[in-house]
Design a protein around this ligand. Structure first.
Ligand code: NAD
Length: 500
């Protein structure tokens, strides 16, 4: 059986006695095993990073950017191979796997312009003969801990910016689909990145705790579920690290009475069921405003759901593939039962779905609930499967309140033709990313990604200038070059200097 090893100091390293199964979710079979490392494995990556990082930080930013240009070309040249590998471990369809890689590459494109982003500020003549300037310096070694659902994009969000800023980076990818992160690190080496600057260590909680407790790791970026995000944030910051930790989501799509319902149905089908609902920016809750809107929407939505094609990840006609593993399939089906037990009307039931020839695959059919109420546990929690819950609202104010009061605050969308309503909604809603007639408002790479409330712990977002801030620290220099002639230069000063 194929073995997936760590990538440390530019080489494959087999280290650790425990292993994890890597499944092919379409077939329901184990296809590889990943070696789970320990604190000793991490130490090897840290040693390599410590040895390589000072020279990398001293490499001028244009040269660092050229590695990013080379890497972008290599990923594009290897796109098909990467997408097939990604789809085989995750289960998303190939076209969607390419999207996962492409969204990560767009952050790499941002990193190609890193010299511009790292320019400091300068004030000439801040005082008599005094100039003030600032510089952004790398932190040293950063680490990233990433989820299974975007095994290419999220690692690239993190290591692209961290490395372009002059840091060394240690990636601990999800142990469920670890192959693509290793391939990306190999391609970074091929692109010209010195050994030791990007290492990949595999593992579970043991490895994560070793990262959180390691003195030499100065910053940790995490994306995953909320309870783990909160844990990472608490333990990492208690150890004096800079931590950004992004959690789960339950994004709402508000449908106003004047919305273009045909467009809404198309958008909802993709946003609720695409990637089997395993996206942190999926839209698993739809909120029609008014019963007439709800009735009209439901009439169009049900036939659209009936037309969805669930298939294996290599089926070019499939809209979405299996969920990631058997336990997750069971969890999603349990939530479907819970929502029905809580009083939701189960309009389309996706349980018990099997695909001929792939009976062991982890498939869940598309599921629709109507009349879901805000107090349901199945509404309060993240399901992370192809399940759409309709929560009817009586008014615009109620539609603003629902996502605003929900524990998660990652993304939200409003569908309307009314510019004033959209503007009000965007200003008032208590959520980090807002779409106006855009169902999955993942901001472009040069803007920034981050949710609020239980969707995000910490202060700075991913990528864009927020990412540059996260992976650097500011140093501010106040300088004076006396000409040696003025008597005042030699005076003792016991009073704090001011600009008065
Ligand atoms: P997860 O929390 O199970 O795992 C994420 C990472 O944490 C993995 O690397 C895993 O090995 C590690 N981990 C798991 N259990 C741990 C523990 N007890 N202690 C320490 N580390 C642990 O998440 P997942 O199932 O891989 O990913 C899906 C989740 O990620 C969903 O909740 C989804 O909403 C969220 N997500 C959020 C965003 C965002 O930007 N907010 C993006 C993608 C995914």
């Amino acid at each position: 059986m194929r073995s997936i090893e760590h990538f440390i100091n530019g080489s494959s390293v087999a280290d650790g006695t425990r292993h994890g199964d890597v499944w092919n979710p379409s077939q329901g079979e184990v296809q590889a095993r990943v070696t789970l490392g320990t604190a000793a494995t991490l130490q090897k990556a840290v040693d390599a990073a410590n040895a390589a990082q000072p020279a990398w930080a001293a490499t001028n930013p244009q040269r660092r950017a050229r590695v990013m240009f080379n890497f972008k070309a290599l990923v594009e040249a290897n796109m098909n191979e990467l997408a097939e590998l990604l789809a085989s471990e995750h289960g998303k369809v190939i076209a969607d796997a390419k999207g996962d890689i492409q969204r990560g590459l767009e952050v790499i494109e941002f990193c190609c312009g890193i010299p511009h982003a790292l320019k400091g500020e300068y004030t000439q003549g801040a005082g008599p003969g005094i100039d003030v300037y600032s510089m952004r310096q790398p932190l040293g070694i950063g680490a990233g801990i990433t989820p299974f659902n975007f095994p290419a994009m999220i690692p690239m969000w993190m290591f692209g910016v961290a490395i372009a800023c002059g840091n060394a980076f240690i990636l601990k990818p999800s142990e469920r689909d670890p192959s693509v992160p290793v391939r990306l690190a190999e391609l970074m080496k091929e692109a010209g990145l010195p050994d030791g600057i990007l290492s990949v260590v595999h593992g579970d909680k043991e490895m994560v705790d070793a990262i959180l407790d390691h003195h030499d790791i100065k910053a940790v970026s995490f994306v995953g579920s909320s309870d783990i995000a909160q844990y990472i944030y608490s333990r990492g910051t208690a150890n004096g690290k800079r931590v950004q930790a992004f959690g789960g989501a339950k994004n709402h799509g508000i449908v106003m009475p004047d919305a273009d319902l045909d467009q809404v149905v198309n958008d909802l089908a993709g946003a609720a069921f695409g990637s089997a609902g395993e996206r942190c920016m999926a839209l698993p809750v739809v909120v029609p405003v008014g019963d007439d809107t709800a009735a009209a929407l439901r009439e169009k939505l049900v036939p659209a759901i009936d037309k969805l094609r669930v298939g294996i990840s290599t089926d070019p006609d499939a809209h979405y593939g299996p969920v990631v593993n058997e336990a997750h399939k069971q969890r999603v089906e349990n939530y479907i039962q819970m929502c029905a037990d809580e009083g939701g009307e189960l309009v389309v039931d996706g349980r018990g779905f099997t695909l001929q020839g792939h009976e062991k695959g982890f498939f869940v059919g598309p599921t629709l609930f109507d009349h879901v109420k805000p107090h349901f546990k199945s509404y309060q929690e993240e399901i992370f499967g192809p399940v759409l819950q309709m929560v009817r609202a009586d008014s615009f104010d109620e539609a603003v309140r629902l996502p605003s009061e929900h524990p998660y605050g990652n993304g939200v969308a409003i569908f309307t033709r009314n510019g004033h309503a959209a503007r009000e909604f965007a200003a008032r809603v208590n959520v980090g990313m807002v779409g106006v007639n855009v169902p999955i408002p993942v901001p472009v790479a040069y803007h920034t990604f981050g949710g609020w409330k239980r969707s995000g712990f910490g202060d700075t977002n991913q990528h864009g200038m927020e990412g540059v801030k996260f992976w650097t620290k500011v140093k501010t220099i106040t300088q004076k070059w006396p000409d040696g002639s003025a008597a005042g230069d030699h005076k003792e000063a016991f009073v704090i200097p001011t600009m008065a």
